[in-house]
Design a protein. Sequence first.
Length: 190
Amino acid sequence: MSTAGGVETEIKLTAPAVVAARELLESNGFVESAPRLFEANSVFDTPDLALRNRRNLLRLRQVGDRCVLTWKGPEIPGVHKSRPESEVEVSSCQSMEQIIHGLGYQLVFRYEKYRTEFQMAGGDGTATLDETPVGVYFELEGQAEWIDQIAERLGYRSADYITLSYWALYLEFCKQNLIQPKHMVFESGG
């Protein structure tokens, strides 16, 4: 978590089914560093989407009993998805959401996923396995060179890199499947 305000660099890759994806990571030297956890992510904006229009993101993420508030700035052009990011852990998602609403922001998108984190001994980044309602994805986060090296090692090319947000991936999924977009949540999550 870059609490001091750094630059996040990452890509997503379409992953095979969960079991095969885990096996691919493990056969390439990755070990599970954080267990599979459910994440509930809430994206906030003004009614006229002023943050989105300025290419900013305000997100509140709940993972277990942890709650993290994140701001992301405009993307830096390139092959990888890089953008300024600051995060802070807050003691209460409910209280933080009340503050966000009090400042005039409203929920514009909710997305859920199950995330498992993996590390490689001596590695300079993190690989995650994200199970979402619209597919399974790897996310590689670290220095650009590390990302490229690991992606190639996993059998991917730079043409396979996905730099879209989960919001954009969800909208693309809805368009392709003629579904009215709302929130990217699992059936049981509403």
